[in-house]
Design a binder for this molecule. Structure first.
Ligand code: UD1
Ligand code: UDP
Length: 386
């Protein structure tokens, strides 16, 4: 087998976690075949949004950090493209791996494909079918700049086929003759790998937080449609606070920095009210192992996060999705997740229904066998053998 240089691109919190699955599989199964160069765009930069994951998930420190930080979509993406292009010219990797759907994903796909480096998109084919969502444009453009596309679910694979990708394509694969695969989800690999470790390393976390197992609801909110619209954010949070009081249950909310900024600047009275409530625990973003402890031990999850939705399934918890639509549609079809948008009545009804419905719910294996990263790396290597 040829030895290849693979450039992995991360930038936002979920990508660092995703990349850890690939880095781990390289270390354990392909260290003779693959050298990984890790590039961080710096899209996320707070310690708890970035560094904590490198320490905890044992990923080597980035070889490059562009330090791009926060900015409008155009400026942020442009700065990333400029920086990534320079690195590509210096490093000349055999391929560039991008994860998910953030601006970092888009920047990596564009910079690499324009310089004719093969792009490998992990988490390809997901669609919300709403192009007003910034991530949807990032997904479509990244998929259509890629040479190998790894779809995590059946529906993602079908979406690619319906956009003209041909499963029957044969090698050599190129941007004009791309190959699509159904792989399972590398985040399922991670949840299996890290769940036990979380229990070992973070066994005091819930006590320190002051919550009892199975007696709290976990909520995260960070999607721009929710954080940047004060009415929606207020509707969601007021309803959740009322529900916590009605059911006398604690609500744990590790909030993304953008949500805190919105609360502090535009919903000050509500923020104070929430902070003064004994049932509401607004905390800074937690580490991935701490998040697993919260997900494994909560009663139910309320979220607008893509990753957290799926983790609700991995840890067999009902999930209320604070969005109109989801890319992980199998969760909704399965009845274990429900879409409530930011509708107070729907949120209330579903919260009360799902909180006590555990025994009736099933969690089939939608996300592969926990070895998606190995499969992906094997196929990448094969591309260079052919
Ligand atoms: C980004 C992704 C989103 C993903 C999310 C994961 C895009 C378009 N969006 O959204 O798909 O679900 O990451 O968490 O790429 N901020 C900080 N510190 C940080 C990072 C951000 O304070 O370390 C604040 C800043 O006020 C910034 C805001 O959060 O303006 C938004 O950050 P940005 O990276 O633009 O988008 P996210 O909302 O994090
Ligand atoms: N996550 C975390 N700490 C937190 C919130 C989320 O480690 O405080 C993890 C979560 O377990 C999941 C990933 O971050 O693996 C999801 O990222 P996020 O919700 O930021 O983005 P999305 O998945 O919606 O793009």
């Amino acid at each position: 087998m040829p030895h290849i240089k693979l450039l992995s691109l991360v930038g936002a919190r979920p990508q660092i976690i995703k990349a850890s699955a690939i880095s781990r599989a390289i270390r354990t199964s392909f260290s003779e075949d693959i050298t990984e160069i890790l590039v961080h765009t710096g899209q996320h930069y707070d310690k708890e949004m970035s560094e904590v994951f490198f320490d905890e998930l044992e990923i080597h420190k980035p070889d490059y950090n562009l330090g791009v930080g926060s900015a409008g979509h155009g400026k942020q993406t442009a700065m990333m493209i400029t920086g990534i292009e320079e690195i590509l010219i210096t490093e000349k990797p055999d391929c560039v791996v991008v994860y998910g759907d953030t601006n970092s994903t888009l920047a990596g796909s564009l910079a690499a494909s324009k310089l004719r480096f093969p792009v490998i998109h992990i988490e390809a084919g997901l669609r919300s079918f709403t192009k007003t969502m910034p991530e949807e444009l990032n997904r479509i453009m990244s998929d259509h700049s890629s040479t190998l596309l790894f779809a995590p679910t059946n529906s993602a694979f079908k979406n690619l086929v319906s956009e003209g990708f041909r499963p029957e394509n044969s090698p050599p694969y190129t941007i004009d003759n791309p190959k699509i695969y159904l792989t399972g989800d590398i985040m399922y690999d991670n949840s299996l790998f890290f769940a036990e470790l979380a229990e070992k390393k973070k066994n005091k976390f819930l006590d320190r937080l002051g919550v009892e197992r199975n007696n709290f609801v976990l909520a995260t909110i960070h999607r721009d449609t929710n954080t940047d619209d004060s009415n929606r954010l207020q509707n969601i949070l007021v309803t959740l606070k009322n529900l916590a009081e009605t059911k006398n249950i604690t609500l744990v909310m590790p909030l993304h920095p953008r949500t805190i900024v919105s609360l502090k600047t535009r919903l000050t009275a509500l923020y104070t009210d929430l902070c003064n409530s004994s049932l509401i625990k607004i905390i800074p973003p937690v580490s991935y192992l701490e998040m697993i402890m919260l997900e494994k031990n909560c009663r139910m999850i309320v979220t607008d996060s893509g990753g957290v939705q799926k983790e609700s399934h991995f840890f067999r918890k009902p999930c209320i999705i604070l969005r109109k639509e989801t890319e992980w549609i199998e969760l909704v079809h399965n009845g274990t997740s429900v879409l409530v948008d930011a509708d107070p009545e729907l949120l209330r009804d579903e919260f009360l229904r799902l909180m006590d419905s555990h025994s009736e719910l099933n969690y089939p294996g939608f996300y592969g066998d926990g070895k998606a990263a190995e499969f992906i790396l094997k196929e990448i290597l094969l591309m260079f053998e052919r």
